[in-house]
Design a protein around this ligand. Structure first.
Ligand SMILES: [Zn+2]
Length: 346
């Protein structure tokens, strides 16, 4: 029988204060730190692909032709998941079985934002100025949605890499704006409110301060932004990026703050890429307060980057606990993964 002490710090559960749920860490089980030599694995794409529906001058599935854009390019999604013109639901069909079952129009606006005209770059390797321009364009979108009376919540996200289902490498993100509030924001708002009631303090500020005190999970930091693998990370390399000053959404951030945020974001993704010698896949989402004119001064917007890989070639499958019970079981410790990234000198 092995000594319990051997598992110390490798086998425990941790409270996720923003989701108000437990995450179980069982790094003692079958996890071995990977230290094998990996070969450089960066696929080569052309700068322009005539088959790509996002490249400048190409025709999209809707028949619309992309302009010969030189910078950031935004358009309404040709196959929107939510739309202002989605079918209207007849009132007699809206509530069923005494309101137990409900249905409603799939209201919203879905857009696509191309980071760059070049087919073969990523947000990690465009210039710092170009990354900041992307964040500025997203800020303009948020200002637009804040004024839109049908939109309550905006999800900006990027799926990067074939492993998360993206077949087109052209660098882009998506914007889904809806008339309901996204779950992660609902959960975080609830946690913020509860924490304010219990401790009379701001939960986000306390998390940032705790990470700064512990220091060992910080991946990148500058005057305006900070990135860390949080104490309560669910994915091996899960990273949160915060502007240091509290903003409910991107809409109120100034250019200097956006530039700082872009710099820290790029440092994180460059470290990801260098660590695996590849264009590292991830799902990245902006967690932002609702845009429904409510008071969200306690909310602190942030980026959540969830890479699907635990080590090169080894994905984290969302199986029994995650899919079946909506509870994460991690095979790695946040401190170990943070240490891997902290070691990398760019
Ligand atoms: Zn392209």
């Amino acid at each position: 029988m092995q000594n319990d002490k051997a598992y110390k710090g490798q086998w425990e559960k941790r409270w996720h204060p923003l989701r108000r749920e437990w995450v179980v860490y069982a790094a003692h089980r079958n996890y071995r730190p990977w230290n094998f030599d990996i070969k450089e694995n960066k696929p080569v794409f052309p700068e322009y692909d005539p088959e790509c529906y996002l490249c400048p001058g190409n025709t999209r599935v809707s028949g619309l032709v992309n302009p010969d854009y030189k910078d950031v390019f935004i358009f309404d999604n040709d196959h929107p998941v939510v739309g202002l013109h989605s079918p209207v639901i007849d009132e007699s069909l809206a509530l069923l079985h005494n309101g137990l079952y409900k249905r409603s129009k799939a209201e919203g606006i879905a857009r696509v934002l191309c980071y760059d005209p070049r087919h073969n770059v990523t947000l990690s390797d465009v210039s710092r100025e170009q990354a900041a321009k992307v964040f500025q364009a997203l800020r303009s979108e948020m200002i637009f949605f804040l004024k839109h009376d049908k939109i309550k919540s905006v999800l900006i996200f990027e799926n990067k890499g074939e492993i998360v289902g993206v077949s087109n490498p052209h660098p882009h993100c998506q914007i889904y704006s809806t008339d309901f509030v996204f779950n992660v924001v609902q959960k975080e708002l609830l946690a913020t409110e509860q924490y304010r009631k219990e401790k009379k303090q701001n939960i986000f500020q306390n998390i940032i301060e705790a990470e700064q005190k512990d220091e060992i999970r910080i991946i990148a930091e500058n005057k305006n932004a900070i990135a860390f693998v949080p104490f309560f990370a669910r994915f091996a390399y899960e990273t949160y990026v915060f502007p240091k000053k509290r903003h409910a959404t991107l809409a109120t951030m100034n250019d200097e703050e956006l530039f700082g945020l872009a710099e820290v974001f790029q440092t994180v993704t460059k470290k990801f890429d260098a660590n695996f010698k590849s264009s590292f896949p991830y799902v990245m989402a902006f967690a932002q307060a609702p845009v429904d004119a409510g008071n969200y001064e306690d909310y602190h917007m942030h980026l959540i980057i969830c890479p699907p890989l635990r080590q090169p070639g080894l994905p984290k499958f969302l199986a029994g606990p995650e899919t079946g019970a909506d509870t994460f079981m991690a095979d790695t410790m946040p401190e170990e993964k943070a240490a891997e990234l902290r070691k990398i000198i760019l």
